[in-house]
Ligand binder design. Structure first.
Ligand SMILES: Cc1cc2nc3c(=O)[nH]c(=O)nc-3n(C[C@H](O)[C@H](O)[C@H](O)COP(=O)(O)OP(=O)(O)OC[C@H]3O[C@@H](n4cnc5c(N)ncnc54)[C@H](O)[C@@H]3O)c2cc1C
Length: 471
């Protein structure tokens, strides 16, 4: 029997855990050791599903949240086991999804053939050294442990939200600033009678507002974003665009940001004129998105990101109807108020924080006093700004590279990292939301589950080929 091959997976959020599950389910042709390493010991939760708040609800219906690309009803069955009334259109708490992922990983481990093992390591990976021959790597942890691996899957997930450029960036070290909007402990330190600024007005801000409401925050809650757009709701019942219509739309979209916008607008108007809902058109584009993105030259991608992304995000990333209704009720009550503009400065005063901000379209600054600023701008995607020591090391070595738009990581069609010199790595892989650079649509489970499965299939094929090769 040959020695087991080792696949190290760095990060045990959805992407890392789903890759491990697929390796455990599909492996067995040869001995395989899967080592899943996560900064905290909480495996299979990650940023999205590690929340303990029942107010944080999935923004994708249960029927579309299976972690298994080959078993679309897996999550629905899990939900029904807990609550038989769950339907494919139900929106359930994210913490339930975390429990599901944990259970799925346990089940895959127990059902795996003896030759396939899973190890769970709690610890922070701080460096990866590629072997000179280029066919393996040493994975180094902050606590001094080291692991030799034949392949390394980077599934390090999301970074902290980017900080807006202000005149006194030292403010970001002050106690009035909350950099992690999902930290219950940080939110609980906020005085409930004080006004609060949430920087951002998207889905992260909705999480923030509902967390503050749950802890009976009584002061005003200001949301600030450049355009002042608010998230939209999913419908209770979904409908679909006929496939030939979706195909026609894809073909009509062209290869500039403007032509794609025009075609989308026309399709929505026609669809609505027939009495249907615009959401059907947006949903129908989802499987085509990587190809539409691939069609855009870099200049057009830049144009899309600069001018259209915030509008697209509002249409595409929607929240559960019940969450949306609670959020809108808080807006209607006047407690949650929206500001469209740019934050220019934050000055700590005796009474809290004085904000200087410029309303959209105006250069004249206004001031606002709040007790705390919570960054709800959503995860940063710029590798260059990441504080993660591993990312810094990989960038310095030139084995990992950011894309031109700074929205993700450069990878080839198999998820192999493309180094600064343009070569695809035989050892290092990436799976997770930063696939956005290649595919645009890559942050949610329906896409990530396909990437996790494809990653596992490809790795197993490669290890099988290596085992066949003469020594
Ligand atoms: C708040 C939120 C809500 C979402 N809700 C939904 C939803 O309802 N439906 C949906 O389909 N999608 C949702 N998504 C999107 C999607 O599910 C997530 O993007 C997905 O979970 C990403 O998982 P990940 O494993 O790539 O990243 P993460 O969840 O960020 O996990 C990465 C893990 O890697 C660890 N790590 C990082 N660096 C190191 C290191 N150097 N050493 C060791 N460990 C490390 C981290 O500690 C973390 O546990 C949501 C995303 C967010 C942020």
């Amino acid at each position: 029997m040959s020695l087991p091959r080792t696949i190290a997976i760095i990060g045990a959020g959805f992407s890392g855990a789903a890759t491990a599950v697929n390796l455990l389910r599909m492996g067995g042709a040869q001995p395989l050791r899967v080592v899943l390493i996560n900064r905290s010991g909480a495996m299979a939760r990650g940023l999205a599903y590690g929340t303990s708040s029942r107010d944080h609800v999935l923004n994708v219906p249960a029927g579309n949240m299976s972690a298994l690309a080959d078993d679309p009803d897996d999550f629905l069955r899990y939900c029904r086991w807990a609550d038989p009334a769950t339907t494919p259109s139900s929106f359930v708490p994210r913490r339930l999804y975390g429990s599901y992922l944990e259970a799925l990983l346990d089940a895959a481990e127990h059902a795996a053939p003896e030759s396939v093992t899973l190890e769970r390591w709690a610890g922070e990976v701080s460096a990866i050294e590629l072997a000179p021959a280029g066919q393996s790597a040493a994975v180094r942890l902050e606590d001094g442990r080291e692991l030799q691996a034949d392949r390394v899957v980077l599934a390090f997930g999301h970074f902290a939200p980017g900080k807006p450029a202000i005149r006194q960036p030292a403010f970001y070290a002050d106690r009035h600033y909350v950099g992690d909007p999902w930290s219950a402990a940080a939110l609980q330190r906020i005085d409930p009678t004080e006004p609060v600024l949430l920087f951002g007005s998207g889905l992260t801000a909705v999480d923030g507002v509902l967390s503050l409401a749950r802890q009976r925050h009584a002061g005003p809650i200001w949301l600030m974003s450049r355009r002042g757009l608010l998230p939209k709701a999913h419908r209770e019942q979904r409908a679909v665009l006929p496939p030939q219509e979706a195909q026609r739309l894809f073909e009509a979209m062209g290869s500039t940001a403007r032509s794609q916008l025009r075609a989308l607008r026309r399709a929505v108007l026609e669809h609505e004129a027939r009495g249907h809902d615009w959401r059907d058109v947006v949903a129908a584009l989802r499987p085509f998105t990587p190809r539409l993105w691939a069609r855009l030259p870099t200049r057009e991608r830049q144009r899309f990101v600069r001018r259209l992304q915030s509008f697209w995000d509002v249409l595409r990333h929607r929240c559960a109807p019940e969450v949306h209704a609670r959020f809108m009720a808080l807006i209607e009550s006047g407690q949650v108020r929206l500001l469209a503009g740019r934050l220019r400065d934050c000055t700590v005063t005796e009474g809290g924080v004085e904000l200087a901000w410029a309303p959209r379209g105006s250069a004249v600054e206004q001031t606002l006093r709040v007790g705390a600023v919570i960054n709800c701008s959503g995860p940063d995607t710029d590798l260059g700004r990441a504080a993660n020591p591993l990312i810094r090391q990989l960038l310095e070595r030139g084995v990992m590279d950011a894309d031109e738009l700074r929205i993700g990581v450069k990878v080839d069609a198999d998820g192999a990292l493309i180094a600064r010199d343009g070569a695809a790595s035989p050892v290092l892989r990436y799976v997770g939301p930063l696939l956005r650079a290649r595919d645009w649509e890559a942050t949610a489970v329906p896409e990530l589950r396909m990437h996790a499965r494809a990653m596992a299939e490809r790795l197993l094929e490669e290890l099988a080929e290596a085992a066949q090769a003469p020594p």
